[in-house]
Design a protein around this ligand. Structure first.
Ligand code: G1P
Length: 294
């Protein structure tokens, strides 16, 4: 029997400089995609995949994320008094149950690998999921990206990453994997490289920011030297782990929106709005009119 994936890490310590001035006082993870903060969409995906405990790796000026995932009793009372029962229930459904979240701080911006390592004591000796909140995995129908990966993991064990195809001129922005086909949902990973030059990339399959990892990664992260960009890179530690343990990729069939970029964020808003029955008709009409004016 494989150990189930019960815990997930969400690194939310990044500065969000690409969204200044919006992110001067508001963390980038709290910017809304329609009416839910980006980070809430990612928590939704984790919970839908059966995750029971979320570990947020936060930083300075991120306290509002912790407040967002707490109850707000003044607000609840006001909604109650105003008879807004449905809204109250929706807020209740979105609030994690007591004791199912942890918050720890990455005190210095030393890279994604370091952020993950900061969660080691809370994860302890279990395989875990890692979801990068900038990356929204949009599946209007069917199950979410992490659910798909958990299903693959039940068959493969080892470590699993989600990948998607990016154009050649974007491979230098991502971790890229080389794969070998095998029967079943997942492919076997044969090579991994963080932000390669186009000519060095083994394929155009980019790591999309969803991982299932074994806890042995923490020892490797503890000893990992800085890599690309002078940061402690998760991909470098994964490469070392790959010498001892198997890695698989699951190709995500939905759409990935990189909400760390302005265009990705705006497109995510458009896609999510168009998938919402309460917003779609009017939004589509007004958007079409706006585009026609252009
Ligand atoms: C990180 C990972 C990279 C992955 C990317 C997805 O890079 O290191 O392998 O492809 O996330 O967003 P970052 O975006 O933090 O530079």
């Amino acid at each position: 029997m494989r150990k189930p994936i019960r815990k997930a890490i969400l690194p939310v310590a990044g500065l969000g400089t690409r969204f200044l001035p919006a992110t001067k006082a508001v963390p980038k993870e709290m910017l809304p995609v329609v009416d839910r903060p980006v980070v809430q969409h990612v928590v939704d995906e984790a919970l839908a995949a059966g995750i029971e405990h979320i570990v947020f790796v936060t930083g300075r000026n991120k306290a509002v994320i912790e407040d967002h995932f707490d109850r707000q009793f003044e607000l609840e009372r006001t909604l109650q008094e105003r008879g807004k029962q449905k809204l109250l229930e929706e807020l209740g459904d979105d609030t994690p149950k007591p004791g199912t979240t942890s918050f720890t701080r990455q005190q210095l911006p030393l890279g994604l690998g370091h952020a993950v390592w900061c969660a080691r004591d809370i994860i302890a000796d279990e395989p875990f999921a890692l979801l990068l909140p900038d990356m929204l995995h949009f599946t209007p129908e069917g199950q979410g990206c992490l659910s798909d990966m958990v299903e693959a993991y039940e068959e493969t064990g080892g470590n699993v990453v989600s990948v998607y195809e990016v154009p050649d001129d974007q491979v230098h922005q991502y971790g890229i994997v080389g794969v070998e086909p095998r029967p079943g949902k997942a492919q076997a990973i044969t090579s991994m490289v963080e932000k390669p030059r186009r000519e060095d990339a083994p394929s155009n399959l980019a790591i999309s920011g969803r991982y299932i990892l074994q806890p042995t990664i923490f020892d490797l992260l503890a000893r990992q030297d800085p890599g690309a960009g002078g940061e402690i890179q998760l991909t470098d530690a994964m490469l070392k782990l790959n010498e001892r343990e198997r890695f698989f990729s699951v190709t995500f069939e939905g759409r990935v929106y990189d909400c760390g970029s302005k265009i990705g964020f705006l497109m995510a808003n458009a896609a999510y709005a168009l998938s919402r029955p309460d917003i779609e008709p009017q939004y589509r009409t007004e958007l079409a009119a706006l585009l026609a004016q252009d």
